[in-house]
Design a protein around this ligand. Structure first.
Ligand code: G3P
Ligand code: MG
Length: 233
């Protein structure tokens, strides 16, 4: 079962910062998950469109220019990273990256940035998994770039299980630990989908996910999750 550092090693370091991602690499995560919005057509890495929870700013990201946003403190003196900075960091590592699209204006900037990353960083886009709760964005991505791996997010237990992800021609389905069950996992697997579950930090949940046979878990504490996983019989 793979361990995906949720917003980087966000349990111990400021979420979605380069510091949290560097620490996730050091902690032996298999992958990193980040959240992105677009401002001035640049993709920035932040979870909320309001600034107050994770930075010393206030108001919405959309009320600021990119230059203003990059002056803010995102914790421990870290700046809000751009997706480009994250790709530069991960290009030097074997980790894969899950980019979760939060903003509804993210598809065009993402596609142009990935072209640049392939060209300038020799970044293999097979190391990327693009996910969203906004399934319209995933459908749009599939229309424009069918080679990209897509992850369909849900925070529910849909009546027809993973059918929505199959319909989106997704590579994987990403579920909330509060709702996932064996029937969902079996249905997803029968449809050829990989299953990743967020957010899994507790020993009993880690054990349950292993029993379900999911491919990976998003954890805020990748090193601790690895220890707990290794301790399973
Ligand atoms: O991508 C998994 C998880 O991050 C989805 O929820 O709100 O933490 O972005 P959230
Ligand atoms: Mg996320």
């Amino acid at each position: 079962m793979q361990i995906i550092a949720h917003r980087g090693a966000s349990g111990d370091y400021p979420e979605n910062t380069l510091l949290a991602m560097e620490q996730a690499i050091l902690q032996g995560a298999d992958a990193i998950e980040i959240d992105v919005f677009a401002v001035d057509s640049e993709l920035i890495v932040i979870h909320d469109h309001h600034l107050a929870r994770t930075t010393n700013g206030s108001g919405s990201i959309y009320q600021h220019s990119l230059a203003q946003l990059q002056q803010l403190d995102a914790g421990s003196g870290q700046r809000i990273p751009t997706l480009w900075q994250v790709l530069q960091l991960l290009a030097l590592t074997p980790l894969w990256l899950n980019i979760e699209l939060k903003g509804d204006n993210t598809v065009a900037p993402l596609l142009s940035l990935l072209k640049r990353a392939e060209r300038e960083l020799q970044f293999d886009v097979n190391r990327l998994l693009i996910s969203s709760f906004n399934h319209h964005l995933l459908a749009e991505l599939n229309r424009q770039s069918s080679a990209l791996k897509l992850g369909a997010l849900t925070a529910s237990l849909p009546i027809d299980y993973a059918a929505f992800a199959h319909q989106l021609q997704a590579y994987s389905v990403h579920c909330d630990v509060s709702f996932i069950n064996q029937a969902f996992v079996d249905d997803a697997k029968a449809r050829g989908l990989k299953v990743y579950v967020y957010t899994v930090d507790q020993a009993d949940d880690i054990k349950r996910m292993q029993q379900y046979g999911v491919e990976g878990i998003f954890s805020n504490y990748p090193a601790k999750a690895r220890q707990l996983l290794n301790a399973q019989p």
